[in-house]
Design a protein. Structure first.
Lengths: 135, 135
DNA sequence: GTCCGTGCAAAAGCTTTGCAGCCTT
DNA sequence: AAGGCTGCAAAGCTTTTGCACGGAC
């Protein structure tokens, strides 16, 4: 018999609705602190804990993702379509890239290892055009 | 005229030599704290700060790498050959995978974006065989 | 009425850093 | 002798959490 995990119930919150809207409206892969600053304009008493708690809920719901890009702080995005990231080593900027997706490599790799592969991420590192121009 | 960055001078240290040896001898992609525990067996007065400082130097020298795998703490490795990671979503274990490398995708992607790509990382997420057996 | 979400503040956890003394060069 | 490296401890930062209150349902 299977143990059924209790379904978590989410209530509506204006803060979370607006947080998601802000995250969806930017392409900058912002930090929690940046989101806090934006959202605080609408909710002057907003607390940073609320931002973190709501980001966590949005991730549970599959509406937001955390990006691990080597910074000391986390960055988030709300884009759900499959895509990769171009990460600039000079300025840390993250740019979405979705012109080519490799769904086939999960299978290709999966056939050769004893590991159930569900997904993959690819990040490209280099220098963005802005930083190239500057130097 | 080009500004030449002053070359950093490194001195020998027994702690760093042994740290690298320990990192090279494991396949577990350890945390700084794990390395500290191992190294402290040889240097009873060792401080965690020394581990971090030396990891940082080893990374500058290209002898160690930090792996961003979504944990709250960093993990490190000393393997220099190109390889990818299989990351278990259940237990967090990281396994090296080097049977297939895709050097060509840097060029393939690079041709279509205004971004100088130097390298890429690929991480596969899923369930390791240990965790699959358990469930 | 329940009990989830919020604000506030404190705590937690990993990593960094200032300092004095030691060791490498 | 110069200055990087170390241990120790304190500080720094991001993220998490306890609590009482307000809001969603």
């Amino acid at each position: 018999m299977q143990l059924k995990k209790k379904e978590k119930i989410y209530r509506y919150s204006r803060q979370r609705e607006r947080l998601l809207a802000i995250l969806r409206a930017t392409e900058s892969h912002p930090t929690a602190s940046w989101l806090y600053d934006r959202l605080k304009e609408e909710f002057p008493n907003l607390s940073l804990g609320t931002v973190y708690r709501n980001l966590s809920i949005l991730m549970e719901q599959g509406l937001a993702k955390k990006i691990d890009a080597g910074s000391t702080f986390d960055r988030f995005e709300a884009k759900t379509s499959p895509h990769y990231h171009l990460i600039c080593k000079k300025c840390g900027k993250i740019i979405d890239f979705e012109k080519r997706f490799f769904p086939e490599i999960n299978d290709e790799i999966g056939r050769s290892v004893d590991f159930d592969i569900e997904s993959h991420r690819i990040d490209f590192f280099g220098t963005c055009s802005d930083c190239r121009t500057k130097s």
